[in-house]
Design a protein around this ligand. Structure first.
Ligand code: 13P
Length: 254
């Protein structure tokens, strides 16, 4: 049985003081029994990671970065390394988010290199994939996501003993639009992705890899999405920067 996972992607929201306010509200609002059903991760902006980790020292909530660079260190102005994220307290990192692909020109080759670096550095990447609206309208959504998954996982190993990576299916047309994929649309893609994982890693391992859904998740649609067989939780944007909504979404895990 895969344990559910709820990750909040705060994107470019919340300064340091606001980050502490938000995380303290989330932390205080969650009943400790919820961690038996679900893992909870927050991904604040870089400068808030360390103070948020310090605040969460005795909490079950884990912290992730929203991005990192593929190199170990050096002259890469404005970038951040896997080891820096770890030193600040991160266990996870989001990679290949569609906003990185769209606004910062990231492609599958670079994302694949980042995946490799994250994993060898002992971070658990949350690999984001997803089609645009026009790709779906042209009925190319499955092909698009299949290519993304295969390219980004090239030469990436998975293991039975330890979680190496997580996948998040985030259809671009559902991000920040208020139009979520229906549970059936999401399940269709998640089961395709599970099929690719089976091809790559075999049945046993593919059944252990968590596949999250992301795109306009809220406290109203989360229950039905999380009931689907291959949906192992969510990567939440807008609703994760409102403590009340994020808590309700986490509590909607059955
Ligand atoms: P929204 O939940 O705001 O649609 O964002 C989803 C997302 O991009 C999470 O990474």
């Amino acid at each position: 049985m895969r344990k559910k996972l709820l990750a909040g992607n705060w994107k470019m929201n919340k300064d340091i003081a606001e980050s502490i306010d938000l995380i303290s509200e989330i932390n205080k609002g969650l009943n400790s029994s919820v961690f038996n059903k679900a893992d909870v991760i927050v991904c604040p902006p870089f400068i808030s990671i360390y103070p948020v980790c310090e605040y969460l020292k005795h909490s079950e909530i884990k912290v992730g970065g929203q991005n990192m660079y593929k190199e170990t260190e050096g002259a890469y102005t404005g970038e951040i390394s896997a080891n820096m994220l770890i030193s600040a307290g991160c266990r996870y990192v989001i990679l290949g988010h569609s906003e990185r692909r769209q606004y910062f020109g990231e492609n599958d080759t670079l994302i694949n290199q980042k995946m490799e670096k994250a994993i060898t550095s002992n971070l658990i990447p949350i690999l984001c994939v997803g089609e645009t609206l026009s790709q779906r309208e042209e009925n190319k959504h499955i092909q698009t996501v299949t290519e993304q998954v295969k390219s980004c996982l090239k030469n990436i190993e998975a293991s039975n003993e330890q979680e190496k990576f997580i996948i998040a299916y985030e259809p671009v047309w559902a991000i920040g639009t208020g139009v979520n994929a229906t549970p059936e649309q999401a399940e269709e893609m998640h089961s395709e992705i599970r099929g690719i994982l089976k091809e790559l890693y075999g049945e046993d391992i593919s059944e252990q890899i968590r596949i999250l859904y992301g795109g306009s998740i809220n406290e109203i649609n989360s229950t039905d999405l999380f009931k689907m067989k291959n949906i192992d939780g969510g990567l939440v944007g807008g609703a994760s920067i409102k403590a009340e909504s994020f808590i309700k979404i986490i509590n909607s895990v059955q």
